[in-house]
Design a protein around this ligand. Structure first.
Ligand code: GLN
Length: 312
């Protein structure tokens, strides 16, 4: 396999992994007991070119829950299901500068600010089509299969725990129902939202998902289309402006890559047309982003000139 082949880029990634393995800042998410079980030392880096060449180092097989990273991809499915105009009427694309779980809607239109905060993500999930809860979940899992090239499973204890403790998300959903922004199948939509957050992925999956977006929506290994070409730009745009919670502005400034993070410790980041990156390291900073994941992307951007606005 490609990993066995000595390459300067792989050597670089090995050094990068070693450099940040010793960084012990941050804390593993513990808002539900299942996430607190994560080991702080777990650390994987995977980079996949938009042509499908794969490089990986560390814990790239270790499964964890995708959490908020799902939001970007489910947004793409909602665009396919309902079209841009309708989706935009229900969810704006404006960064908030607020925490991901803030209970705030746009005052004029009552829309949630963007699909990457919980409010916008729940409104997005509400738009996923299907005749039953089971069918809607099947469609979401099928979409992720196209992105990753393999069947994914739910972490059922995480799902049940999110559901049992998710009253803040429930409150956000009811506020949106009050304004007529989502349908009244509230518990079904919240279940689907908690389920999409509980999908288990590894760093390689996140690299492949990013590489698929970087490749215009087609998985570069399986050649299967995961997202209609006309919506790839929409998904990547909201990742760039809103993907790293209330760190998004600083992230664009320093790293300059569309990306999405999750409290499970994952980050998926891409260089459009070129590269997908997946990182996994559970300790998070105060804003909920993986500490080592941010460092890895900062170094990659700097050392290879991958910042989107790099003109050197
Ligand atoms: N399931 C989490 C929530 O809805 C997702 C949080 C995240 O990754 N930021 O609160």
């Amino acid at each position: 396999s490609i990993q066995a082949v000595a390459s300067p880029f792989r050597s670089y990634l090995i050094d990068l992994h070693e450099k940040y393995q010793s960084l012990t800042d941050g804390a593993v998410a513990d808002y539900i007991p299942e996430l607190a079980l994560a080991t702080p030392e777990w650390f994987g880096i995977c980079a996949i070119t938009s042509k499908g060449q794969e490089f990986e180092v560390g814990d790239c097989d270790k499964l964890f829950t995708i959490q908020s990273i799902s939001k970007a991809f489910v947004y793409g499915l909602a665009l396919e299901d309902c079209g841009r105009e309708y989706v935009n009427s229900k969810v704006s694309v404006e960064p908030t500068g607020e925490a991901f779980n803030s209970i705030v809607l746009d005052e004029k239109t009552n829309r949630p600010y963007n699909p990457m905060v919980n409010a916008g993500a729940i409104a997005t999930t509400d738009l996923i089509r299907g005749n039953s809860a089971t069918e809607r979940l099947k469609r979401v899992l099928e979409m992720f299969r196209c992105y990753t090239g393999r069947e994914l499973d739910l972490n059922v204890p995480v799902f049940l725990s999110e559901k049992a403790t998710g009253n803040r998300n429930r409150a956000i959903a009811y506020l949106m129902l009050n304004f007529g922004m989502i349908s009244d199948r509230i518990e079904e939509t919240l279940d689907l939202y908690f389920q999409q957050c509980s999908i288990m992925v590894n760093a390689r999956d996140l690299g492949m998902m990013a590489a698929t977006l970087a490749n215009g929506g087609v998985n570069p290994v399986t050649q299967e289309r995961a997202l209609d070409e006309r919506y790839v730009q929409d998904v990547i745009s909201v990742m760039l402006t809103c993907g790293m919670y209330d760190y998004s502005g600083e992230w664009i400034y320093k790293v300059g890559m569309p990306a999405k993070s999750g409290v499970g410790g994952g980050i998926t980041a891409l260089v459009p047309g070129k590269l997908g990156i997946g990182t996994f390291s559970p300790p998070l900073d105060a804003k909920g982003n993986s500490v080592r994941g941010i460092k890895v992307c900062e170094d990659l951007a700097r050392d290879f000139g991958l910042h989107l606005f790099n003109v050197a």
